[in-house]
Design a protein around this ligand. Structure first.
Ligand code: TXA
Ligand code: MG
Length: 340
């Protein structure tokens, strides 16, 4: 069904809040990526999110709240260690998986007895959540399988005509989605790495990393979303890692050029000059991981816009925010990783 998608400014949050209360889907900025929100207590409203995105029904949603009081209404238990994490990292890019409260309908949690919750650290998101005064289920506001949106124009490109409104709050900050931490296991487990890093979480409590974060898991993924192809442009993407990366990228680039394919290279600023024979996309300085994460999805969308057919991407270190960046790059590359 074709709708007229309203573009609202950050000062039109009363309208956006009314739409949410009326069961409509509204996209809004957070500090990570744009989310596509709907009333988490209204199963019909939540179903419309799945339809608009083309999202598989078995992939549960994150419930966004503006206060810890509101969080207590959607979960059934907050263990002391979790309370410490909330106090330390909220508002912020940390999603906690906790035992679900009865108010949350099964469509939000895809039938699981847990629910993912977070308080986003973005003035527009917080003001909207407070005005609407309902918990808001919100996945990233992209068509399923496409890179997450970091600008309102990305949301409109993917979902224009399919959703009620988008609140344009400019570019988001982190650029990659929140860390998803399963707090129902011992020790707690990172299901998806993000802005709140393993190193930071370990300052507070014992945390392990789900093996699926590093590639296709051999066990059933615990975060249902991790099993789907994600963040992928239409181009064939290869992720190159290790000491010999620049030489390998030049070799592969020449190879695909000879085959008549349009080759692009995504590289850190320090290495741009090594790839002058190809279309180069500047990821940002290798010394500024947040610069790289904030640009990542926009660059992946640019790849399609510029008609690149084969994309060769330089890997970065897995430390700190690098774990999230590498996790998304492996997915964009459908796990086509070349170790040098
Ligand atoms: O930064 C973010 O988290 C953004 C913004 C909009 O808040 N949201 C986002 O939502 O990335 P989405 O739906 O694209 O990703 C949610 C992830 C998926 O991998 C999903 O499987 C996982 O969280 N998830 C949600 N509920 C879960 C649960 N109960 N147990 C395990 N994983 C869960
Ligand atoms: Mg998503």
């Amino acid at each position: 069904m074709e709708l007229e998608t309203m573009i609202l400014g950050p000062h039109e949050l009363d309208k956006a809040a009314q739409l949410l209360q009326a069961g409509k889907c509204v996209a809004f900025p957070t500090e990570t990526v744009y989310g596509l929100g709907a009333n988490a207590l209204d199963p019909e409203a939540v179903k419309a999110i799945f339809t608009a995105k083309g999202r598989p029904q078995d992939n549960p949603l994150i419930v966004h709240c503006y206060s810890q009081k509101q969080v207590r209404e959607v979960v059934s238990e907050i263990p002391p260690k979790v309370q410490t994490l909330m106090n330390r990292f909220w508002p912020g890019p940390l999603t906690l998986v906790l035992p679900k409260g009865d108010l949350i309908p099964p469509v939000v949690s895809a039938g699981l007895d847990t629910v993912a919750v977070r308080i986003p650290d973005h003035p527009v998101a917080l003001a909207l959540l407070e005005k609407a005064d309902i918990p808001v289920a919100a996945p990233s506001a992209n068509v399923s399988g496409r890179p997450s949106p970091t600008r309102a124009e990305h949301v409109l490109f993917d979902l224009g005509g399919r959703i009620g409104a988008v609140v344009d709050g400019g570019e988001t900050g982190w650029g990659v989605e929140s860390t998803v931490l399963d707090c129902t296991t011992t020790p707690f487990r990172i299901l998806r790495p993000g802005g709140i890093t393993l190193e930071k979480l370990r300052e507070v409590t014992d945390v392990e990393v789900d093996p699926g974060v590093y590639g296709p898991a051999h066990t059933k993924p615990r975060s249902p979303g991790m099993k789907y192809k994600h963040y992928a442009p239409d181009a064939d993407v290869y992720l190159i890692v290790g000491e010999g990366t620049p030489a390998k990228i030049r070799e592969l680039g020449e190879h695909y050029k000879r085959l008549g394919r349009r080759v692009g290279v995504m590289a850190v600023t320090e290495h741009i000059s090594l790839y002058s024979d190809f279309t180069v996309l500047d990821m940002g300085s290798k010394l500024a991981l947040q610069e790289i994460s904030s640009r990542l999805y926009h660059l992946l969308r640019e790849v399609d816009r510029t008609g690149i057919e084969v994309l060769l991407v330089e890997g970065v270190s897995e430390e700190h925010l690098g774990m999230a960046i590498m996790n998304r790059l492996r997915k964009a590359a459908s796990n086509q990783v070349v170790q040098t």
